[in-house]
Design a protein around this ligand. Structure first.
Ligand code: ADP
Length: 480
């Protein structure tokens, strides 16, 4: 399979609608085998400067002059074009991220769906009129910020481009995207698809490279008007500090330790696939992974037995074999996850999945721990690997206390047939999203998504994102 489909040259940046050769390169390896895969451009301050200038030119030119209707039409066309390339995008993502093909396919379809959604939404955001003093007419205008910066991680490049770049373009911003150095091939492919679908030059610019170089150059650039970041808490702190210096708004999505609360009256047949999949999807490298399963004592043993059975059946192998779980993204990520497994040496392992390959990829066994104390590091810290902990609880009050006991708050779910309990917990859980009798890692395209606490702030997805990617102007006209 060519690694540069869509005729994209390796090690180039997309600046002002043209693929520009990079001055230096970074090697990229295949997480499933550890072997070299390709090289990408190592972007510099000068590349970021050029990308920001191209974005400004787009705002001063055809893109900035376009009506919301026409922007929406282009976004919708991009969504349709992505759908025609779903298989190629899935294969590329699978090789680059180590994601099983079926999961990569779901990401490509979601990317298309974001552009369909935001294409339709572009001309539906309105201002309001405000009753004021006699002789005045007052109204508000929703306007783009200008040049928006987008720094994204390696775990879901396509989905995060969809939710972040899709919403920003819908509101008429011009974007500079810095994908993660570990996985940026589908971002580049997407850039070409967008151009082919008619996105004006400079509306989307892509500079690949290292966080410490291209990432810092972008997040601290004084002509960026809004910064959107998805990644680790420590990098989020740096991004927010840089945004503070330039006094610009920032959206941060920084991961979590999302719990599922299973009560004695839960429908376990319905719950079981969600309990397991939410932990092992994308090898647990998901911001909204559910890594804590809190279970009421009356069904604790049953849930532990059934989840253990499901874990023992999990198959781990190369991404293109499309098993349940692929490799982790890198040797570094594997070392982090293995260090957490070592920290769990004092705990009980209820069950593990099976690694079915001898390949030199970054494989770890999916691992389910039982009877984990709620304050144990495995129950408090984000692991970003296929590891879940089972924690028993006595009653609703204890479940809530445990669920709210971490520094994160991204997603939670409640499994119970008691309607009052559903409503009480939906209010009391400290979380950006609460699911009742289901669990959607991150939820759908339509559902506002983001965290509280160290999970970040600001909301992406759904209509809500369009408010974040725009600014409000109040116009007060005195006419007597
Ligand atoms: P992860 O641990 O998931 O790799 P990071 O937060 O390190 O998460 O990386 C997410 C994205 O942030 C990547 O695109 C990376 O290149 C970028 N990045 C890392 N460090 C910085 C930084 N200091 N400034 C700006 N971007 C950064």
């Amino acid at each position: 399979m060519p690694l540069t489909p869509f005729n994209i040259p390796t090690a180039h940046h997309l600046i002002g609608g043209t693929w520009t050769p990079a001055n230096a390169t970074i090697p990229v390896s295949d997480p499933s085998t550890g072997s070299p895969l390709t090289t990408i451009g190592r972007g510099t301050q000068a590349d970021i400067d050029a990308a920001v200038t191209a974005a400004k030119n787009a705002l001063d030119g055809a893109w900035g002059a376009m009506t919301a209707l026409d922007r929406g039409r282009i976004l919708t066309r991009i969504g349709k074009a992505v759908l025609t390339h779903v298989d190629a995008l899935s294969e590329l993502e699978s090789r680059d991220v180590g994601k099983p093909l079926t999961q990569a396919h779901a990401d490509a379809v979601a990317l298309a769906r974001y552009f369909e959604f935001y294409g339709g939404a572009a001309d539906k955001i309105t201002g309001e009129t405000i009753p004021y003093q006699a002789g005045y007419t007052v109204y508000t205008l929703r306007e783009p910020h200008g040049v928006t910066g987008h720094i994204i991680p390696w775990n879901y490049p396509m989905q995060i481009i969809g939710r972040s770049v899709g919403a920003a373009l819908a509101m008429g911003n011009a974007c500079v995207l810095k994908p993660a150095e570990d996985a940026c091939l589908t971002a580049m492919a997407f850039g070409q698809i967008a151009i082919d679908a008619g996105l004006p030059a400079g509306a989307l610019n892509i500079v690949t490279g290292l966080g410490a170089e291209a990432g810092v150059a972008l997040s601290s650039h004084h002509e960026i008007a809004h910064m959107s970041f998805t990644g680790s808490v420590s990098t989020g702190e740096v991004i927010q500090a840089a945004a503070a210096k330039n006094v610009i708004p920032v959206t941060l999505e920084l991961g979590g330790k999302s719990p599922q609360l299973v009560f004695d009256d839960a429908d376990l047949d319905q719950a079981l696939p969600f309990l397991v999949n939410a932990g092992i999807q994308n090898a647990g490298q998901t911001c909204s992974a559910s890594s804590r399963i809190l279970v009421q004592r009356g069904v604790y043993k049953k849930v532990c037995d059934r989840m253990s059975e499901a874990y023992r059946a999990l198959k781990v192998g190369p991404a293109t074999d499309d098993l349940n779980v692929g490799p982790l993204i890198s040797a570094g990520q594997k070392a982090i996850v293995m260090s957490f497994l070592a920290k769990g040496a004092d705990l009980t392992i209820a069950a593990q999945g099976q690694i079915l390959t001898d390949a030199a990829g970054h494989y770890v066994p999916p691992t389910l721990f039982s009877d984990v104390p709620p304050d144990h590091p495995l129950a408090q810290d984000e692991i970003f690997g296929p590891v879940q902990v089972l924690i028993p609880f006595k009653d609703e009050a204890e479940a809530l206390r445990i669920a709210n006991s971490t520094k994160f708050g991204l997603v939670a779910s409640v499994w119970t047939m008691d309607g009052g309990r559903q409503m009480r917990l939906a209010k009391a859980l400290k979380s950006g999203q609460v699911f009742i009798n289901n669990y959607g890692a991150g939820g759908g395209v339509e559902l506002p998504f983001g965290g509280v606490g160290k999970s970040g702030h600001g909301r992406e997805k759904g209509f809500e994102a369009l408010y974040g990617f725009s600014t409000l102007k109040t116009v007060a006209a005195w006419h007597g």
